[in-house]
Design a protein around this ligand. Structure first.
Ligand code: ADP
Length: 154
């Protein structure tokens, strides 16, 4: 069985992330969306809200699970028996970072990273921009996956 984790901060999980998971399901039997939860890293959305919004997005998807982790990504992948790490790429700016961590995960854990290019229509979608819009009171429903209602962060 081909199992992958899709690790990220997902603050919040966007329609761009959703598209990567949906397309990943054509490659993997099971995908675990793995929310990196670092107590010292400040996020806008609490971990419980991030999990709930992702659960809403994938309600009825039997092959997608959501977990949080506070260890190294490679240790989490191995602890759940995942042979692959799924990531998404928007720009050349993403490339250097993704390559470095993919090389590291292969070197220290023998786990391959599979990277999908974003669909062009989602290339501008980012959690950072979504957070900025929220801070200025703008609606971000276009940034969220279908069927997801934002859980207000405060
Ligand atoms: P991290 O903090 O690990 O970068 P993110 O939550 O920002 O986590 O992103 C998780 C993954 O999703 C990363 O591989 C990122 O490049 C990818 N990603 C983010 N937004 C998009 C998008 N609009 N289209 C495709 N991939 C995306």
């Amino acid at each position: 069985m081909r199992k992958a984790i899709f690790p990220g901060t997902f603050d919040p999980f966007t329609v761009g992330h959703f598209s990567i998971v949906e397309r990943g399901l054509t490659l993997f039997d099971e995908i675990i969306i793995a929310i990196g939860h670092n107590q010292s890293k400040k996020t806008l959305f609490p971990i419980a809200a991030r999990m709930d919004m992702i659960r809403q997005a994938f309600e009825g998807y039997g092959r997608v699970a959501v977990r949080q982790y506070d260890s190294l990504t490679i240790d989490f992948a191995q602890s759940v028996g995942a042979g692959f790490i799924l990531r998404g790429l928007r720009t050349v700016g993403d490339f250097e970072y993704e390559k470095t961590i993919a090389d590291t995960h292969r070197a220290i854990g023998g786990v391959e990273t599979v990277i999908l290019f974003t669909e062009s229509r989602y290339a501008h979608i980012s959690s950072t921009v979504a957070r900025d819009l929220i801070r200025f009171g703008k609606d971000i429903s276009d940034f969220l996956p279908p069927d997801v209602k934002m859980i207000p962060p405060k």
